[in-house]
Design a binder for this molecule. Structure first.
Ligand code: FES
Length: 146
């Protein structure tokens, strides 16, 4: 391979990698939901509309809520029975979890939790903290202190 061919191939690889990165980001993008904090009732209020992906005209299975009242975000999953709110703090040594498909994965030492917050893989040996949720009209309310 001569120099010109080499540069041409590197260029193709770079363009391909950029396109793949954009495509993957679109597939695995995490939606950080808009929300309100109700200090009187100590609850986070999230519109149910946050689960709608208007671009793709589909419904999101989960969203993430990052509220300044909490040190870690909340994973809010909509299932057939209602809403599950999990504190995204690993019970092993307190790293922030990453949602990946049907699991929450710890980037520090590899613990895995399912969408109910149950430990699936160690080293964590305790389930995630789960917050009470309640539907109030068009909102899902999360109660971090309950
Ligand atoms: S802090 Fe999560 S596995 Fe260690």
């Amino acid at each position: 391979m001569n120099r010109k061919e080499f540069i041409h191939q590197i260029g193709i690889i770079c363009v391909s990698c950029s396109a793949a990165a954009i495509w993957l980001e679109g597939c695995t993008g995490i939606h950080y939901a808009q929300h309100q904090w109700d200090g009187k009732d100590q609850k986070i209020m999230v519109s149910k509309g946050e689960f709608l992906d208007k671009k793709r005209n589909t419904e999101r299975k989960f969203i993430v809520v990052r509220n300044e009242q909490l040190d870690f975000p909340v994973y809010l999953w909509k299932n057939t029975d209602g809403y599950i709110a999990l504190y995204m703090c690993c019970t092993h040594k307190g790293c922030e979890l990453n949602p990946q498909n049907e699991f929450l994965i710890c980037p520090c030492h590899g613990s895995e939790f399912d969408r109910l917050g149950k430990v699936q893989n160690p080293p964590a040996d305790q389930d995630l903290l789960r917050f009470e949720t309640r539907e109030e009209g068009d909102f899902v309310c999360i109660f971090p202190s309950k």
